[in-house]
Structures are given as structure tokens and as C-alpha cells.
Ligand binder design. Structure first.
Ligand code: PMM
Length: 289
């Protein structure tokens, strides 16, 4: 399927005529919204297949939690968690993305069948990442990132969050291209919740059009994040638990799709799969006038 305006997504992946839905499989004991639920590889694979049945276009497999304050997992453990799940899902025909900051994990996941590398550090955490991605010729998600999760909240300091995120994402894009990554394979992501307060996240979502001006497909990953908890908090100020933020996530999906995001990354797929179709139908109605 091809968009009416030409290519919308990165070279190396199929084209959808609407915002794509990336389902999340966290093979971790400690991710903030679903830690431990899919830690067993068989359960993780089944969950990935279920997400596809619910409408996911691709599935993002990660073995390291990046929630605020998280400590890093070691390389051998990350490989052990991620590679078998990637291999099994890819063998079942699922379009798999690997969520990792480690070049070795990206390389082995690509060998096991992953078709996209999603690095929340945009190549900053591991100097080998950009050479590996350039060599593998796979699409690459460059997320806005200011440092490891253990203390990233201290880096949520901006004079003008939109301007600074745009500037820092542009540097990430240039760094990847200088390292040999094909610019047509790069996806950018504002990194909601990474070194950002709830207000920063909302400002970035309000200005997705400015991020699109960087000229790359955009990935928006708002699913279940803290800023949604804050919006939904009751009178006492208590945010609902992460798993009760899926309707709010789908609302962001509809808005992101309308603003031209290439894809959204979500834990609960069905509502977002519906939302992108509604956004597409409204867009098509506007185009046919
Ligand atoms: N957020 C998380 C994990 N991976 N990848 C991208 N590209 N963008 C994000 O904002 C992002 C990500 C947060 O962890 P979760 O899997 O527990 O939601």
C-alpha cells in the first residue's frame, strides 16, 4: 500500500496508507507498565503474535527497561532475553523491530530476522551502534535522549523544549548519516518521558508538525506514560496505574496519526489500530473534497 503523497515511511519497510501501529513486547522483569508479564520467552512470543492478531503492523521486542531510575541489564542477559523471541516471531512472519541501545544486540537481532533497530539513545549509548546499523542497512529509530534512565529526570531542563529537541534530534540525524546510515532509513522520535516532564511531553505532542519539518518519518511512543497518568489523575492527584491508561493512549494515537506520524508504539494494540483507521478515513474525506 502506498500513500497518496508518495513514500511516508523509512526505506526497507512496507508502506502503509495510514499511521502504522507498533506493538510492544517487553521481555523484562521490570518495565514500568508491564514488567514481568512477558518475561518467559514462550509467553513473549505468544504475546507478539496476539498483538499482530489485534492489528499490530510490527512488533518491538526489548530486553532492557528504560523506565526512569532503571539500572542497565548486562549484555549477555539482554541477548538471552531478546534474540530467541525475535527469531521465533520473525520465523512466524512477524515484522520485528528490536529495542536496544547495544550494537551487539542489534546485530544479533538483525541476524535473527529483525527488520528495524529502535535505539532510544539514537546511537549515543554504544559507539558501535551506528556502524552496525549502517552495515546492516536496516531502518533506524533515532530517539531524543539525554542520558541513561538512572538519572535522566535531572536532565529535564529546557529553555525552549521544542527548539532544543529539534536541534538535538537534528544532531542525532546528522551523526547517523555521517556514520553511513542511509537518511531514507532514519525515523525520528521525540522520546516522550525521556528527560522530559509531563509539560514537556505535551508541548512536543502539540507541535509534532515542527518535528516533521526535520524531513524524517516520526515515531510517537506515548503509551501508558507518566504524562497520561497526570492528565487522568483524580481529585486526590493519584495517577491511575499504567495499565489503565490505554484509552488515553489511543487518544494520543488518533492525534499523532492526524498530525502525520509514521507510527505509534503502543502496549495495547486494538484501540490504536482502530484509531489510526479513523484518522485515515477523516484524512481521506478531506482529500476528496
Ligand atoms: N519508550 C520506551 C521504550 N522504548 N522506544 C522509542 N523509540 N520511543 C520511546 O519513547 C520508547 C521506546 C519506554 O518503555 P516501555 O516499553 O516500558 O513503554
Amino acid at each position: 500500500m502506498v500513500t497518496l503523497q508518495g513514500r511516508n515511511g523509512p526505506v526497507g519497510l512496507p508502506e502503509w496508507d495510514r499511521c502504522a501501529v507498533m506493538g510492544v513486547v517487553n521481555v523484562t522483569p521490570d518495565s514500568f507498565s508491564d514488567g514481568g508479564r512477558w518475561f518467559d520467552p514462550e509467553l513473549a512470543v505468544k504475546h507478539g503474535l496476539d498483538l499482530v492478531a489485534e492489528g499490530a503492523d510490527l512488533v518491538d521486542v526489548g530486553g532492557e527497561s528504560t523506565r526512569p531510575g532503571a539500572k542497565r541489564v548486562d549484555e549477555a542477559e539482554e541477548l538471552r532475553r531478546v534474540v530467541p523471541v525475535v527469531r521465533e516471531l520473525a520465523a512466524s512472519g512477524v515484522l520485528v523491530s528490536v529495542d536496544t541501545m547495544r550494537a551487539s544486540v542489534a546485530a544479533q537481532a538483525v541476524q535473527a530476522g529483525a527488520r528495524l533497530v529502535n535505539d532510544v539513545s539514537g546511537g549515543l549509548a554504544d559507539p558501535e551502534m551506528i556502524p552496525v546499523v549502517a552495515g546492516a542497512q536496516v531502518p533506524f529509530v533515532v530517539m531524543h535522549w539525554r542520558g541513561q534512565s538512572i538519572d535522566m529526570n535531572n536532565r529535564a531542563v529546557y529553555d525552549d523544549v521544542l527548539r532544543e529537541v529539534v536541534t538535538e534530534l537534528r544532531s542525532g540525524l546528522e551523526r547517523a548519516v555521517a556514520g553511513g546510515v542511509d537518511p531514507a532509513r532514519i525515523v525520528l522520535d521525540p522520546g516522550l518521558g525521556f528527560a522530559k516532564t509531563a509539560d514537556h511531553d505535551l508541548t512536543l505532542l502539540a507541535r509534532l508538525a515542527a518535528l516533521r519539518e526535520l524531513g524524517c518519518p516520526l515515531l510517537v511512543a506515548a503509551s501508558r506514560k507518566r504524562f497520561l497518568g497526570r492528565i487522568l489523575a483524580g481529585a486526590a492527584g493519584d495517577p491511575p496505574p499504567a495499565r489503565e491508561r490505554d484509552a488515553a493512549t489511543a487518544a494520543v494515537t488518533a492525534i499523532a496519526a492526524r498530525e502525520g506520524a509514521w507510527a505509534v508504539r503502543v502496549h495495547e494494540v486494538q484501540a490504536s489500530a482502530d484509531a489510526v483507521r479513523v484518522a485515515r478515513a477523516i484524512q481521506a474525506a478531506g482529500e476528496s473534497r
